[in-house]
Ligand binder design. Structure first.
Ligand SMILES: [Zn+2]
Ligand SMILES: [Zn+2]
Length: 343
C-alpha cells in the first residue's frame, strides 16, 4: 500500500509498505480521509519527542471497514467510521475519574502506532464511531478536531450556561472551532484575534463579534471595548506562546477563566498573582478530549450545528510531503488540509 512516511526532521516521502493485518479486537480500514493536525506539523519539524521516525502519522481520520479481527462483534465490512485515536488504559486513576485524555498510559494512533496517512490503517475496534451516511469522509475527519474545542467548554467552570463573552486568541483550526462552540452554547460577544487576514475574515463569517488583527490593533484594548471594560468570562488561548497566554489572563473579567490549549515551543508565562486572587481568576489547560466529547462532536457535525466543511480542503495523499512543507513555510489561506488516498 501507499504511505506517507515521516523519516526525520523535515523529511517525508511516499513509500510502498506492507498492508496492515487485523489483530484480535482490531479492524483494518480503507482510509477515506485523514486531516493534518498542527501537532503533525510540530512532528515534521522534529519538535514532537513522541513521534519517532520512521512513522506514518495521521490521527484525525475516517475510513471503511474492510477486515475485522477475531472478537470484533459490533462492526462489519462496509461500515464507515471515524476514530477516537487515543488509546487510554481504562484502569488508571485518571481513566476511572473520566479523564482519559490525560491517562498516563495513553498511546495514540499516528503517534505511537502507525496512522492514517496511508491507504490502509489498523485500529482497535473499540476506538471506532460509526459515521452517518450523509457525512463525507473529509467532514468526518474533522470530528477529532472539534472534540478538542468541545473539551475546552465541557470542562469549563462556566459550563452551566453562563458564558456571555469569550475571547479566542489565535484563529487556526482550534480557534475557529472554539468560536463556533462558543456561539453554540450561547455566548453573545466573541472576540477573535490573529495575524492572518484570511483567518480573521473566516472568523467574521463564522460569527465573531469582533475580529482583531493584532498587527495593527491592541487586542487587550479591543476585547475590553467589546465588553464595555469588563473583560470576558472565558478566554481561549490557541497559539501556545507565553505572550498570548498572558493576554488570555489579562482580558478576563472578575471570576473569569483562561483556558490554554495551544502547544507551541516551551513557554513560561507570568501571571499577576494579586490580580488572580482579587478577581478569583481560573487558569487551566485543556488537553485533547474524552469519548464524551468525541460522541458529542460527531453529533454536532452530523446535525449540521457546526460548519467544518468551509475550514477544510481535500488533497491527494500523494502530495502529502509537499503539503507539509507548504503548511509549515507558507500556509497562505489554508487552514486545514485532509489527505485523501487516491483522491
Ligand atoms: Zn490532532
Ligand atoms: Zn488510564
Amino acid at each position: 500500500m501507499r504511505a506517507l512516511m515521516y523519516l526525520g526532521t523535515r523529511q517525508m516521502e511516499m513509500q510502498d509498505v506492507p498492508e496492515p493485518q487485523a489483530a484480535p479486537g482490531a479492524i483494518v480500514l480503507k482510509v477515506g480521509a485523514a486531516s493534518i493536525c498542527g501537532s503533525d506539523l510540530h512532528g515534521f519539524l522534529g519538535m514532537s519527542k513522541k513521534r519517532v521516525p520512521p512513522l506514518i502519522m495521521g490521527h484525525e481520520f475516517t475510513g471503511e471497514v474492510i477486515e475485522c479481527g477475531d472478537g470484533v462483534e459490533d462492526l462489519a465490512a462496509g461500515d464507515r467510521v471515524t476514530i477516537n485515536p487515543i488509546l487510554s488504559c481504562g484502569h488508571c486513576e485518571e481513566c476511572q475519574r473520566g479523564r482519559s485524555s490525560i491517562c498516563p498510559n495513553r498511546t495514540v494512533i499516528g503517534i505511537e502506532h502507525p496512522g492514517a496517512f496511508a491507504s490502509y490503517v489498523s485500529v482497535p475496534a473499540r476506538l471506532c464511531f460509526k459515521l452517518p451516511d450523509h457525512i463525507g469522509d473529509v467532514e468526518g475527519s474533522m470530528v477529532e478536531s472539534l472534540s478538542n474545542a468541545l473539551h475546552i467548554f465541557e470542562r469549563s467552570v462556566h459550563n452551566q450556561g453562563f458564558v456571555k463573552s469569550v475571547a479566542i486568541i489565535g484563529a487556526g483550526t482550534q480557534g475557529l472551532l472554539a468560536l463556533q462552540i462558543a456561539r453554540h452554547i450561547g455566548a453573545t460577544r466573541i472576540a477573535v484575534t490573529d495575524l492572518v487576514p484570511s483567518r480573521l475574515a473566516m472568523a467574521a463569517s463564522l460569527g465573531a463579534t469582533v475580529a482583531v488583527n493584532v498587527r495593527d490593533t491592541d487586542p487587550i484594548q479591543a476585547i475590553m471595548e467589546m465588553t464595555d471594560g469588563q473583560g470576558v468570562d472565558v478566554a481561549v488561548e490557541a497559539v501556545g506562546h507565553a505572550a498570548t497566554q498572558e493576554q488570555a489572563v489579562e482580558v478576563l473579567r472578575q471570576g473569569g477563566e483562561a483556558v490554554l490549549l495551544g502547544l507551541g515551543a516551551a513557554s513560561r508565562m507570568a501571571i499577576d498573582g494579586v490580580m488572580m486572587v482579587n478577581k478569583e481568576l481560573v487558569v487551566r489547560g485543556s488537553y485533547a478530549y474524552t469519548n464524551l466529547d468525541f460522541a458529542y462532536s460527531l453529533d454536532l457535525i452530523s446535525n449540521g450545528k457546526i460548519d467544518v466543511a468551509s475550514m477544510v480542503v481535500a488533497r491527494d495523499l500523494e502530495q502529502g510531503a509537499e503539503l507539509f512543507e507548504t503548511l509549515v513555510d507558507n500556509p497562505g489561506d489554508l487552514i486545514k488540509v485532509a489527505l485523501v488516498p487516491g483522491g
